[in-house]
Design a protein around this ligand. Sequence first.
Ligand code: COA
Length: 574
Amino acid sequence: MRILLLASAFNSLTQRVFVELRDRGHPVAVELALGDDERLTAAVRRHGPDLVIAPMLTTAVPEAVWSAYCCLIVHPGPPGDRGPSSLDRAVQEGRGRWGVTVLQAVAEMDAGPVWASAGFGVPPDVGKSDLYRGELADAALRAVLLAVERFASGTYTPLTPPEHTWQPYLRQEERRIDWHHDPTDTVLRKLRAADSQPGVLDAFLGGEWYLHGGRPEHRLTGPPGELLATRHGAICRATTDGAVWIPELRPRRRPGESATFKLPATTALGTSLPTAAEKGRGELREQPPTSRTRNPAGGSHEDITYEEHGTVGHLRFRFPGGAMSTGQCRRLLDAYRHARTRPTDVVVLGGRRDFFSNGIHLNVIEAAPDPAAESLANIEAIDDLVEEILTTTDRLVIAALPGNAAAGGAMLALAADEVWCREGAVLNPHYRLMGLYGSEYWTYTLPRRVGPAAAERLTRDALPVGAHAARTLGLVDRVLGCGPGDFTAEVTRMADRLARSAGLSTRLGAKKAARERDEAVRPLRAHRAAELERMRAVFDDPSAPYHALRSAFVRKRRPDGTPEHLRTDFPNGG
Ligand code: COA
């Protein structure tokens, strides 16, 4: 069946639907809905699809489209739920279960007949965007695939949805944190409901900021709302009964100013931080690191942890948006070096949930006084980490991907001996969309895994790859068919089995020999130097597309049309 995806952006869920439908043999094309109904209608007519699916659409489907084609909308709420802030409301209200519905577009928003739906449990401590890319995306795929099957059967009659009232957009007034009344649980729910977009608007330290993300702090306390400490770029603020960590801030845009973007909280605050201390609002203390060999039970903000199970070391890292700044790469390298000193046979890299990594931190680079220099510093720092992994020959290294990985973050995974990923993960092993040649030793690791022809195709086409297709290609070794909540336990079990396997020492011997052979063919430093030369040329050229692409990416500027790499007329022979 020829399926056209309509979406406001080629975002994570749209990519997941794209790869899964394609993997099932459907010819799939993509058209972005960017506000011009006439253009969109003409594009849909040109494609002439059998079915239109909208995995993430923030605008209404034009009548000329839904009256001529069956258009299935993925709504992030259970049947009957209506409105633009469904998931935000579910998280803010602390719902234990939620759902996703595939309904047909009609004149009234979210009111069409239901083709399929699926429910999911909402973990209590997960932010909206993590939930969206995890449990919700899994449920959405189940519902979309069922809807496609039902539509293809030609015999299914979609159901009339239950009556419900329209829930309006969740405005900042309802999101606002009342620091003098809200306990930690309430503050966290508000932060988590807004974690990616739009953030929670708040006024403090003489400025107006959107707060992004939130995690509990269990030891520090202070006068409600006060800034108590900073750690790894995050700030800790007191609530009525405890405190929370807020990793990122975005300044409120003033009239006439260009769009603002999120940054690590301490970077965003800049010189406002010492001012606060001077005013006696509480001494800002950089929290001392907790032991790397155990998980901090007390909840102090940690984005990197290390723990051991038998002879397996688990080095976990979790950075907002999967972006890794120079400082984060250096801290992760330190932690990896520490892991290498431990008496283990296997090291597992990766977080418990959500993104594995999306490469260098474009927002931090954009905000740097010299973005070209910061780009290079970030690349060198991530390269150092990759090199350390590639030259680890005394133990096996596993990259365990609970979720998506892109660009340098995908290549970081390929430095490991084995790549395991959750079934729902989507990989984007390419750099072209950011105008970059790429580094992270990809010229060594990508062809090593998939062969030169597939490496060329992946980097040229710049399309997402689903977990199963990645396994077929050789990008991934094992696909874990489990939900986000079971991933860590499953990885721990598999790593334990690997560490106990009989052939481990033979395998390590072969690994060392292979590395020596590869080094003799072309040393790692030659790969790095050649990649960096291409990257430096881009960084140092102010007219290189990378700078404009980066600026547009961090400011979330909408493209003018469907990007060129997606502009295909039903590939796969459709
Ligand atoms: N630097 C800074 N922020 C990044 C980032 C990066 N490298 N990659 C992702 N993010 C942020 C996004 O801005 C977004 O922020 P938001 O929550 O405020 O909206 C968040 O992480 C999630 O990313 P988003 O783009 O919404 O997720 P997605 O699943 O729809 O798309 C990618 C994933 C990876 C395709 C897309 O984020 C991307 O192209 N990232 C840049 C990759 C890159 O070029 N890296 C640099 C070269 S190594």
